[in-house]
Design a protein around this ligand. Structure first.
Ligand SMILES: Nc1ncnc2c1ncn2[C@@H]1O[C@H](COP(=O)(O)OP(=O)(O)OP(=O)(O)O)[C@@H](O)[C@H]1O
Ligand SMILES: [Mg+2]
Length: 324
């Protein structure tokens, strides 16, 4: 049965990135580990990486550090990203840029610039995006399963490249005009001036990063979106919103997961039988833009807070709708 799930990757090019999304607490991290274990068990070399600052991947797998890849099983590796590192790096690159632009400003207090920039709209998202781009660029793995941050933030991160693309085009045009005008004025005044410009370089670097990432995220061969929900109203609502969002941005959603499904007898004993059934129906009848697999993971009697406990769930997976 588990092999059926892997059919979704039939046309995947490696390295292939799986983005796991869903409401907080529905089992994104658990599913990311489970999928990682499945893929690794089928002979692929897999990295499960978490961008979620709740750091649950680190906890469940007992990782010993952050921002570094650790082997957790044969063929299976894991990494908990701590976004603080990238926030710092990015803040420093912006403060260097500022000091290049304002050479009169002798001492720039990097700490205070980083502190200030950190709260600018889009800054944190850019830091996440750069970490994501780094994961996409990894060549050592066949699959990279990415456990994402909470939905709202993930939407903002994933929207950033197309949102910025338009602005960056305009900004590049403007900056190119400024730089060439400066050059002409300097030449007319008999001053030798470099055409090289740090702002132009920064804008070009951003444009390349965002355009390449957007192309990869939209590619069926390079990306799979996996949406997880528990069979309850809010998680299912959020899952359907996520499906819509991914459809709009053109990111191929190919896996829908109903997690923590209770056996009928238990659901009815707990009085949640109807709610579960209704929400399962909604989730399983959701339309993916292309072909997709729908998967049911039962509620485990023991909390799956270790690799072994997550692997124990593999035997009881159910593929409900198989569209591949
Ligand atoms: N199938 C399952 N059976 C029993 N417990 C589960 C199952 N799936 C997940 N859990 C438990 O539910 C809790 C939430 O799961 P998990 O941490 O994977 O969700 P998440 O969506 O990543 O949450 P967060 O948004 O907090 O990162 C955890 O305690 C986890 O062990
Ligand atoms: Mg999590």
């Amino acid at each position: 049965m588990a092999e059926d799930l892997l059919k979704v990757f039939r046309e995947a090019e490696t390295p292939h990135v799986v983005l796991t999304m869903g409401k907080g607490g529905v089992g994104k991290t658990t599913f990311s580990i489970l999928l990682g274990a499945l893929l690794a068990g089928s002979g692929r070399k897999v990295l499960v990486a978490s961008l979620d600052q709740a750091m649950h991947l680190e906890e469940y797998l007992g990782l010993s550090g952050r921002n570094r890849v650790e082997r957790v099983d044969s063929n299976l590796y894991a990494m908990q990203v701590d976004i603080g590192r990238e926030v710092r790096r990015l803040g420093q690159s912006y403060s260097t840029l500022l000091s290049q632009l304002m050479p009169g400003l002798k001492v720039i207090n990097v700490e205070s610039v980083v502190e200030m920039i950190k709260h600018a709209p889009g800054f944190e998202e850019e830091a996440y995006l750069r970490e994501l781009a780094r994961l996409y660029a990894l060549k050592d793995f066949d699959y990279i399963v990415v456990d994402t941050p909470p939905t709202g933030l993930t939407f903002r991160i994933l929207s950033l490249p197309s949102l910025y693309s338009f602005w960056l085009d305009r900004l590049l045009e403007l900056r190119e005009r400024i730089v060439s005008l400066r050059y002409v004025i300097a030449r007319t005044a008999g001053i030798e001036r470099e055409m090289d410009d740090p702002v132009l370089r920064k804008l070009e670097e951003q444009k390349t990063l965002f355009d390449e990432l957007l192309e990869r995220m939209k590619s069926q061969a390079k990306t799979t979106g996996a949406i997880v929900a528990t069979p309850e109203p809010l998680p299912v609502y959020e899952a359907l919103k996520t499906l819509e969002f991914l459809g709009r941005m053109g990111l191929p959603a190919k896996i829908i997961v109903a997690n923590r499904v209770l056996p009928e007898s238990l659901a009815s004993m707990m009085g949640v039988s109807e709610v579960q059934e209704e929400n399962l129906k909604k989730l399983l009848s959701a339309k993916c833009p292309g072909r997709c697999v729908k998967l049911l993971i039962p509620q485990s009697p023991k909390t799956p807070h270790s690799l072994e406990a997550v692997k124990d769930l593999i035997g009881s997976l159910k593929i409900v709708v198989e569209g591949v």
